[in-house]
Design a protein around this ligand. Structure first.
Ligand SMILES: Cc1ncc(COP(=O)(O)O)c(C=O)c1O
Length: 470
């Protein structure tokens, strides 16, 4: 499953040895200095951002693009690199928020999209590529039947609807700190502030945004990650009331938090014992954690699987898969899974190329070599500088957690000082490596087009950062 590595580079779970006391670093000063360099390098981005405020709400196209010190405006991408409007080159480890395992302009994706553009980009009728994609997803994720959508949000919305449609129950369980998109039912306890989380073992139901009705928030019960007891308690308290549970099988919106051994299998058994269903949200982990996502790594096949991001090779596409019993409710029209652009031919052509030509066994071998190189390099620097940090990785994804001990749930994640991640992000950026913004919540993505030189640039920047804070 995911691999956690201790600060001394031992590769083992468990707390770090005590580190020698040292004078505290002025992180505020480090961040301010890096922000100064950042903005100096990007005058055109600054003027684009200023212009954009007149026509785009907040000056960006999605609220997550509002990042400090200023949004970076991009011009193009090629292979493992992206280029901003000021002409700066970056090794792209952002991957469009983990959606770009293919890397930029991959020849197989370019060919598939070019071919389909010329033959028609939209019919709202099925095309043969959809069959190939469904068969390949079935092989990788163990679900026999599939439907398509256009975003992760749509896929998890369908999953929640389906769990309710099948069981005739309204309540769902969601994990504190998991993100499943921006529809009402899952916009609960996503990144609650420490003062709002409620008691340990009984997490509060906290709205993640304005605009979510109270009545809907009350239908989403909250459990802790890696905490079977909190799920058992909810199932007991709401007998015959809970439709199912949705979970990121490896948490990836709180750094990376792996499931403890046996947790996912026990969760499935527990839910089934209460007539409730299990949905894995593999929007982030699908294809990136491994060829069959967290399902393949854990061997646990849930009742429903949600995919999006990397499966489209850079084109917007999502998929929802399920067992025959689950998908029967879609097949017979009991639950209407619909959408004008579902199974769009352009998206299906790209997804087919992604699955059959890009995310190949050889590509995963290459990614594994690069993952190991990155982890070893980072661990060496962490040990050399005696940082209270460790590395967690899962396939193409990984992150440095600036904490001496492994994090097992959202509460532990809250204790991690985000200023280290922000300073690290700025250091990498100014050194020509684009990590996803949002500090400690996100993780790197290695694409099939990255190479050793890209990883070495990343590690060299980390070494500079480590020296500056040690
Ligand atoms: C685990 C997970 N599920 C669902 C979503 C929503 O996907 P989308 O942004 O495509 O709607 C995200 C987005 O980051 C995610 O990380």
């Amino acid at each position: 499953m995911a691999q956690q590595h201790g600060p001394a580079g031992g590769g083992q779970d468990g707390p770090a040895p005590d580190l020698p006391a040292r004078a505290p670093v002025d992180l505020g000063r480090v961040i301010a200095e890096q922000e100064r360099i950042f903005t100096q390098r990007q005058p055109k981005s600054a003027s684009m951002a200023a212009r954009a405020r007149d026509s785009l709400a907040g000056g960006v196209t999605s609220s997550w693009q509002i990042t400090a010190p200023q949004p970076v405006w991009l011009s193009h991408g090629r292979g493992s690199k992206i280029y901003d409007v000021d002409g700066n080159e970056y090794v792209d480890l952002h991957g469009g928020y983990g959606a770009f395992l293919a890397g930029h302009a991959h020849p197989a994706i370019v060919e598939a999209v070019r071919g389909q553009v010329a033959r028609g980009t939209h019919f709202a009728q099925p095309t043969e590529d959809a069959l190939v994609v469904a068969d390949e997803l079935a092989r990788r994720f163990g679900q026999p039947l599939w439907r398509f959508a256009n975003s992760g949000t749509e896929a998890t919305m369908d999953a929640v609807h389906l769990m309710r449609a099948i069981t005739g129950r309204d309540l769902i369980i969601k994990v504190e700190g998991c993100y499943h998109g921006h529809h009402d039912s899952v916009q609960v306890s996503v990144t609650p502030d420490p003062e709002d989380v409620g008691p340990a073992g009984k997490p509060a139901q906290t709205p993640a945004s304005t605009g979510i009705p109270d009545a809907i928030i009350r239908l989403t019960l909250i459990a802790g990650f890696n905490d079977l007891d909190s799920v058992a308690r909810l199932l007991d308290e709401h007998r015959d009331g809970i439709a199912g549970m949705i979970i990121e099988p490896i948490m990836m919106n709180a750094g990376i938090i792996p499931p403890e051994p046996g947790y996912l299998a026990s969760l499935k058994d527990l839910l089934h014992a209460h007539g409730a269903l299990l949905t894995f949200d593999e929007v982030k982990t699908g294809l990136t954690a491994g060829p069959g996502g967290a399902t393949g790594l854990s061997g646990v096949v849930p009742d429903i699987t949600c995919l999006a991001k990397s499966i489209g090779g850079g084109i917007a596409v999502a998929a929802i898969g399920g067992s025959k019993q689950v998908m029967e409710h879609v097949a017979n029209g009991d639950y209407e899974q619909v959408g004008t652009f579902n199974g769009n031919p352009l998206a299906m052509a790209a997804a087919r190329a992604m699955l059959c030509e890009v995310a190949t066994p050889e590509a995963y071998e290459r990614i594994e070599r690069l993952r190991a190189r990155a982890v070893a390099g980072l661990e060496l620097e962490i040990a050399r500088e005696g940082l209270a940090a460790h590395v967690v990785s899962a396939g193409a994804k990984g992150c440095v957690v600036f904490s001496p001990q492994p994090v097992r749930d959202y509460r532990g994640f809250l204790d991690v000082d985000d200023r280290y991640s922000q300073a690290h992000w700025l250091f990498q950026h100014n050194g020509g490596v684009f990590l996803p913004p949002w500090g400690k919540t996100e993780q790197w993505l290695i694409s099939v087009q990255h190479d050793e030189g890209d990883i070495d640039r990343f590690v060299a920047n980390f070494a500079g950062f480590a020296r500056s804070i040690s």
